[in-house]
Design a protein around this ligand. Sequence first.
Ligand SMILES: Cc1ncc(COP(=O)(O)O)c(C=O)c1O
Ligand SMILES: N[C@@H](CCCC[NH3+])C(=O)O
Length: 449
Amino acid sequence: MGLYGTSCINREGHLSIGGVDVTTLADKYGTPLYIYDVKDIRNRAEEFKQAFENKKVNYQVAYASKAFSCIAMIELADELGLSLDVCSGGELYTALQAGFPMERVHFHGNNKTPDELEMALKEKIGCIVVDNFTELSWLMAMTESMKTEMNVLIRITPGVEAHTHEYISTGQEDSKFGFDLNSGQAKKAIKMIMGHSYLRLQGVHSHIGSQIFRAEGFEEAVKEIYLSLAQWQQELGYYPEVLNVGGGFGIRYGENDAPLPLHEYIDRMVEAAEKESAKLNMPLPEMWIEPGRALVGEAGTTLYRIGSRKDIPDLRTYLSVDGGMTDNIRPALYQAEYEAIVANKAAEEKTELVSIAGKCCESGDMLIWDLSLPPAVQGDLLAVSSTGAYGYSMANNYNRILRPAVVFVEDGEHRCVIERETFKDLVRHERSYRNSGSPEKASGSVKQI
Ligand SMILES: Cc1ncc(COP(=O)(O)O)c(C=O)c1O
Ligand SMILES: N[C@@H](CCCC[NH3+])C(=O)O
């Protein structure tokens, strides 16, 4: 496992994060446990902001809260001066509970419901990123009836295919997200918004995908957008105040991943926008980005307790841990690869090749194939690195496994920000079939066809 952020191996030969020995955390909070290195999140937010400061452009860095949303994380995002990207009523509600300033909230999603739109309008959030004509017509009607103005960005698909897993690539034309440029749909939507008295077209949004390592993808997206901007400037007299280039900045999961320094992505996209704006004699728009993974991914480590061991002679050794696809579905979903160490034997020589299995009743519940470890036994702690993004946020209760606790560590201190679920939580919304009284009668006639 690479050592990220403030992670190091302490004098006891244990993994330490944020100045805290993780064996202490396992004893106090139990396992599996998500551990977030707060200093690492701070540094990354600062790096993004500094990159824009150096380019002397107006900007917003919005944390894409889908990567990891909870009250404490949203409070931290606020403290770091970030804006916030939410993509559901639940994420917006979490932001409200965290007291996040609503004017810095941007609302995304390809199927926002009327209820979600109403919530966003009532809370007077910063902007809604309009994704399709259905949403647009709802928004037009709702802002009129509520007599409420709203800033909108129009999400477009620039036709750029990011070099990433196909499930997390979104910028291509054949995508469920946004308006495509070639068919004229984006232009039609812009006209509709420009002609509406309650909607204010603040700018254009594109997001080409996730876990991207090449700055060229962002540069190409910016160039593609400007081809359309030139047309819209000429035909509609429109140029945007804001250009939101989305998120997707890649991180290190293992030694094969080589992300660029964060400022290189920013430099390239800003330079491309500056060049294209100058060509069109257009003021440079404010540049917005919305990183999720790049802010929290490497800051997260999952700590598991090793349980059973199965040796198949001349074939493979399986070590099972007390979590798996319920707390990290990415290996099963995207064949994502992770690295790990034995946290309480972090300085010992690696002499064994093992595969790490989760505890779910699925053969596909494998966290890591072929991992070199020191001899590990039942009770040892396995630390899997870079699990801060899309780990907790995609966690689930398959096999009725409990979602783990989350702790923040910094400067030798730790605090629990999400408690471990309990068995009671699992049945909290359930009603007994036997004891719930008589069922309600269906109204209307039931026709046999
Ligand atoms: C619209 C949008 N913005 C931002 C993000 C954040 O992506 P990432 O976590 O890769 O930075 C996503 C997810 O891919 C997204 O769909
Ligand atoms: N959940 C994905 C990324 C999707 C991002 C949302 N558009 C992952 O774990 O990599």
